[in-house]
Design a protein around this ligand. Sequence first.
Ligand SMILES: Cc1cc2nc3c(=O)[nH]c(=O)nc-3n(C[C@H](O)[C@H](O)[C@H](O)COP(=O)(O)OP(=O)(O)OC[C@H]3O[C@@H](n4cnc5c(N)ncnc54)[C@H](O)[C@@H]3O)c2cc1C
Length: 314
Amino acid sequence: MFDAVIVGGGPAGMAAALTLGRAHRTALLLDAGEGRNASAEAVHNFLTRDGTPPADLRALGREELARYPSVQVRAETVIDVKGAADGGFHLDLSDGGTAGARRLLLATGLADDLPEPRGVEALWGRSAFHCPYCHGYECTGKRVAVIGAAPARVRLALQLSRFAADVALCTGGEPLDPPSRATLEANGVTVRREPIARLEATGDRLEQIVFAEGEPLDRDAMFVVNVPRQRSDLAERLGCTSFADASVEVDEFGRTSVAGVFAAGDMARRATVPMPLSAVIAAAASGTVAGAVIDQDLLCDDFDLPNPFAPAKG
Ligand SMILES: Cc1cc2nc3c(=O)[nH]c(=O)nc-3n(C[C@H](O)[C@H](O)[C@H](O)COP(=O)(O)OP(=O)(O)OC[C@H]3O[C@@H](n4cnc5c(N)ncnc54)[C@H](O)[C@@H]3O)c2cc1C
């Protein structure tokens, strides 16, 4: 029986494992190896690691964890988890093995569905993006398209127009309200309202957006609407409370609604945060907090101490 099993070995899970290893807790980190940003060329906006390829960042994390003998890392998928009679957790692994834990941390991340335009998956993370803080800077001086017509898309187009050479809002046939159109055009953003027929690309590099009618648009990059979903159903299987956007609800210490189950990283958020704050450094920070609170939880149990991190009653 491990003090903690961590499911998911991205930045959130690795940061928690580091904290638990440094507290001399036995921790098992199980990771299926499909990080959300795996297709991206580099991780940006992570102080001291800006520009590091995602796989290199993971390798650096694994090297650091190897210094802590109480931490085990295994490339394994968790297929099921249940509460055990002793108050801990029993996990079933994809290799047929099992694991037991006193506390469970879910750090299984999100996956992104990319409904439009068709064929965008091949460009995802390379020349098709969703987050201006991850990839906006790399569009400096480039020709960029923003897909969609919702107010957030208009805001993103204006944001990018501050430093991109040329920005077009492509509504894909969706109506755009006249005041938004006027603001965009007054700020040099082209509006294309035709449905998008296809994307032309060389490898993972966007070259043109071809419309159902009218001239194609030469572009270096595009920002599309991604639809995030939980990568794993483990939180649901355990009965953790979640929000309408499928984020698992946690408190400020990473506790879910199920006793002994914590969640960190992209998959979880607090009720006071309106949307998942998806960033590698934020995921790592939430893993660090959850790791420390798991250690404190166990400490209070073992020494029969009052727990300052216990959820408020009532
Ligand atoms: C294209 C793209 C580019 C991005 N670029 C940046 C960027 O430049 N900078 C930045 O700060 N953020 C970036 N992000 C966001 C960033 O990827 C996430 O914030 C970050 O990866 C979240 O870390 P995490 O540990 O919560 O989840 P993840 O990194 O997604 O890791 C979750 C891990 O859990 C594993 N897992 C899931 N289910 C199971 C299971 N049942 N058993 C075992 N393992 C399981 C997965 O395989 C995965 O390895 C980007 C996102 C995308 C989509």
